[in-house]
Design a protein around this ligand. Structure first.
Ligand SMILES: [Zn+2]
Length: 403
């Protein structure tokens, strides 16, 4: 058992609901705060001096300068397991070259699939560890990572194995996104590809992931074929999540109907979609990094919150559409364009994002939660979003241990 502190402020995020809008005056702020930690979990949060007086023999991890403590972030949507770069795509896209032409020049998702297939498991592991450990340094203590650049039984298993074997102190949640697009080298229709996954891939990966994702979009898989796939996937015992409403609406409603843990993207969601999400237990995940990477509108985060949805914010880190990979910067920018409060952004980066991963013991600084948190060199929590990602945490704890 040890006591960590004193912190100028602890932003606990306790007492905030999973759903709906939140004003900043709902934030619980413990000034001159301390956290009592035992066996990787939080025992008690309160005034540092009081906690020290109550526990005089305690080991103390002393914080000697002003710091604001907040929960570790949860990035609930990433594609960090890839090789290669799409810098050519980015340059061409910004120069006005159409997507099909970029693909003909050797860009597009297929170039990432090729580079990822050509990388050995060891190379992929090193690339991925570098990315995840830099996330961790920036306060992201839990990260979801999707497969989806393998697109064959063998290559998807290679990627899922890699994700499972990462040498990192961050918690990693693997998800299978073999239904990313129909691969060029698959001889058959989209429906046949999904059937192939159900028969030949999914039975072999139950020890590697309990989560299945699909990219539902005109250019990938339609709503009907996605519904059929997800039905089968659920019958096999997997949890589901959906890439929904990125360019065309309709799939977020399908995700809700199928009982998905989350519907992610939502840039194209209509009022009806927003209301369906708000009246469900499906987490609405905004991915501002993709909007910034593509120069597209942001997901309607404000409307989703006002309607009563559970809004999470994730990075979508991937080489094609969201190459930045800086969650705090992206969330800060989303806040300015969508008019989100500090309370809404921090909730969306922590316990609300954890709900999208079906995790309920992370994302708050509260008794019983994992001791995953991060400290910023300031004495006012509002400085964090104000600096739009330039103020980074300089101390990160995972299960009570310093990273
Ligand atoms: Zn994505």
């Amino acid at each position: 058992m040890k006591l960590i502190g004193p912190f100028s402020q602890i932003l606990t995020l306790a007492h905030i609901d999973f759903k709906g809008s939140v004003k900043d005056n709902a934030l619980e702020i413990v000034e001159n705060g301390g956290v009592l930690v035992s066996k990787g979990h939080i025992l008690k949060v309160g005034n540092f001096d009081t906690l020290r007086r109550e526990n005089p023999l305690l080991e103390i991890e002393e914080i000697t300068q002003k710091r604001v403590l907040i929960p570790g972030f949860v990035d609930c949507h990433t594609h960090t397991c890839f090789a290669g770069t799409r810098a050519m795509d980015f340059a061409e896209r910004n120069a006005g070259t159409p997507y099909l032409e970029i693909a003909q020049k050797g860009g597009g998702i297929w170039s990432t699939v090729t580079a990822t297939r050509n990388a050995s498991q060891e190379e992929l592991k090193t690339l991925n560890e570098t990315r995840v450990n830099s996330f961790l340094k920036n306060g992201i203590t839990t990260v979801e990572i999707k497969s989806g650049y393998g697109l064959s039984v063998e290559e998807e298993i290679k990627i899922l194995n890699t994700i499972n074997q990462l040498d990192t102190e961050a918690d990693v949640v693997p998800t299978c996104l073999a239904a990313h697009i129909k691969p060029r080298d698959f001889d058959g229709s989209g429906v046949e590809y999904l059937e192939h996954l159900i028969e030949n891939l999914l039975p072999k990966i139950k020890h590697l992931t309990n989560r299945i994702d699909i990219f539902t979009e005109k250019s990938a898989f339609g709503i009907e074929e996605s519904t059929h796939y997800l039905q089968k996937v659920k019958e096999m015992g997997f949890q589901i999540t959906v890439h929904a409403d990125q360019f065309t609406a309709g799939s977020a409603q399908m995700a809700v109907k199928m009982g998905a843990l989350s519907a992610d993207h939502l840039e194209a969601s209509t009022e009806t979609d927003i209301n369906v999400l708000a009246n469900s237990e499906t987490v609405a995940v905004a991915l501002p990094g993709a909007s910034i990477g593509l120069g597209e509108p942001f997901a309607p985060a404000r409307k989703l919150l006002d309607a009563g949805a559970c809004l999470a914010i994730a990075s979508d880190y991937n080489p094609g559409s969201a190459p930045m990979g800086d969650l705090l910067t992206q969330a800060s920018i989303l806040a300015t364009f969508q008019k989100l409060t500090n309370a809404e952004v921090f909730s969306g980066l922590t316990f609300r994002a954890a709900k999208a991963l079906n995790l309920f013991d992370i994302g708050k600084i509260s008794t019983g939660y994992k001791a995953d948190f991060q400290a910023y060199p300031t004495d006012d929590y509002r400085e964090i979003l104000y600096h739009q990602g330039q103020l980074k945490p300089d101390i990160v704890w995972k299960m009570g241990y310093l990273i």
